[in-house]
Design a binder for this molecule. Sequence first.
Ligand code: GLC
Length: 754
Amino acid sequence: MKCTHKTGIVLLWVFFVSHVFAQISGFPAKGDASKYYNDPVIKEKVEKLLSRMTLEEKIGQLTLFAAKGIITGPGESGNIEEFIRKGQCGNIFGTKTVEDVIRLQKIAVEESRLKIPLLFGFDVIHGFKTIFPVNIGISASWDMEEIERFAHVSAEEASAAGLNWTFSPMCDISRDPRWGRVSEGCGEDSYLASHITAAMVKAYQGNDLKADNTILACVKHFIAYGAAEAGRDYNTVDMSERVLRDIYLPPYRAAIDAGAATVMTAFNEYDGIPVTANRFLLKKILREEIGFNGFVVTDFTAINELIPHGIAGDSLQAAQLAIDAGVNVDMVGNVYLFYLKQLVNSGKVSMETIDKLCGEVLKFKYYSGLFDDPFRYCKKQQSTCYYKDEYLESARNMAKKSMVLLQNNNGALPIAKGQKIALIGPFADTTREMLGSWAIAGEPSKTTTFFKGLQMRFGKENVFMEQCCKPDAEIENGFDKALKLAEQSDVILLTLGLPQSWSGEAASLTSIRLPELQTSLLREIKKAGKPIVILLVTARPLDLSQETELADAILVTWNPGTKAGEALADVLSGDYNPSGKLTMTFPRNIGQIPVYYNHKNTGRPVGFQSSSNQKYTSCYLFTPNEPLFPFGYGLSYTTFEYSDIKVKNPVAEEGDTVVVSGYVKNTGKVAGEEVIQLYIRDLIGSVTRPVRELKGFRKIFLQPGESKEVTFLITPDDLSFYRADMTFGQETGEYHVWIGGNSNATLQSEFEIK
Ligand code: GLC
């Protein structure tokens, strides 16, 4: 975007662009989600239907069963068919084939009294059949177009299986890699995560929920599940309301502002009250402030868990607390099913409440077109709808764009043609591990392994493989065979990392180092004296402090999905120049956790003391504060230079959009993509402010020697936060602003809001 330099024209342009930009930027302005889902015609149909329903049938619409064999939590649903027939189960999750959907839907619409169609949900979080990288990898692409394509492909394939609802996007910010579910999110930054979650909702839901290739989104896990103490899943969450609103709320809100139809409650408590019974969160924030007009489903048996949480003495009280908080649907817990009727009959829950909650579920069966045609999602020929070439192409593109090059010493990468390649380690030729966690409908048999992908690209005569060990167990003579192969090769690709079962739900770790066996393998292979490239298969940040010393290059592949092998070959050969950037900090060691880029300055920051004695500053005795690899970091096979940062309106008024531009040049020998990032710092506020905050990013492609001017608009919303009086807004004062290729960007300028 070019800018003119005549002040008057610029300011006029600024006003025009900021106004238009705010409307078309794709990042939803902080709107009122209550504008969604108010169709009066549907409202009337719902009311008519409610008037014909018994209390049991209404409670049935507030019940969600897991399909047979789906265990994503502690327990299974009972005899699904019987409850559907009686109208006492209105929603199912976990069916994997359209035949399953048709069978259950037929019972609902042919055998139940009112023939109300079922909603079918599923955890389609990084693909359904065509599996994309785990979500933390997807976020590392910073590529909004690819992200929309991934979500669109997910909706296409999931709907072809008869599904009309996905439990995605996961919007949980997390700063703690001990927590296994960082794999499912968008990293540590609210601004980036908000863009991603909003884009996913729009791509899942499209412009017409009745279309047979769109599915309802589900914003999860509301709220702050990623802040579980000690990174231990399901653990206590406790934080100030300010941190909740400034850091954790934005991605949920952006997704809801983008029109998300449903929200899932988190397992954790917040401020002493479990989310599933928390009226402050579910009524005041979600319904009143954000204007959410969809329905709320609990996470797996979360109502039942109010008992062990210690705020309900029994299921009857748990049901009361959840219904009073406005929870619509009980996932698998059967608490509503067995206790709501008693609460209504005893006058503790009004029929008006039941009608409201039930109506919010029924309306989406109208919006999805299921009343017009309950089998509308069951008509596509599944065999032709899965793994289409363009879907696989998208998965390959996303996988290669998600990979992050952390280190590349001595020109180890890219690998030149004709080199003899030794591919060694536990992930060298595995399919299932490539798919990562939450790939329930994925098919390992359809997955290209690293070994296969490299052979296809470099030729079988140049690629040799030794698995040599399991992720945490030796294979007899494995190391000897590996060393021998290494000695006969020109370059060694060492596939290290964590098994996919060590990430995702209920997969918390107290160490973020690689299994010692793998570090020993690295040391052993080092004896061969050849260049070593670590291919890191992981779904969370790891402590690579030893590996960086021992290896020449480190490429984070994440769990790259169905097209793992091709995407890896694209990157290692240089056919694709790696462009991924970390969306979560990689600590030096676990002792630094939580460590994240947008931290506060404290009253004694390092460097605060004028003397060289930094003892009485906020630091550790034997470890620097800086992480090993910061947020936003990732290398390329080329280099980029930033220059000439300019603030078009360095003295602006409250309400103005500040326009910042800069130049980025490809100063290397190969073309490549760069994620240009813009950070600000609010120097003085009514509350302490982060030392950096991401407020803009753009991914652009540059030929060698090419230079481009990039312009960012910093809106009043971007500068707003929860101030000392807990109102949301901006403040006057001075700001620093940086543009660069990671959160340590140095090209700086300033502006002031008067
Ligand atoms: C699980 C997860 C949630 C998932 C749900 C259904 O417990 O917490 O993310 O959507 O159950 O599988």
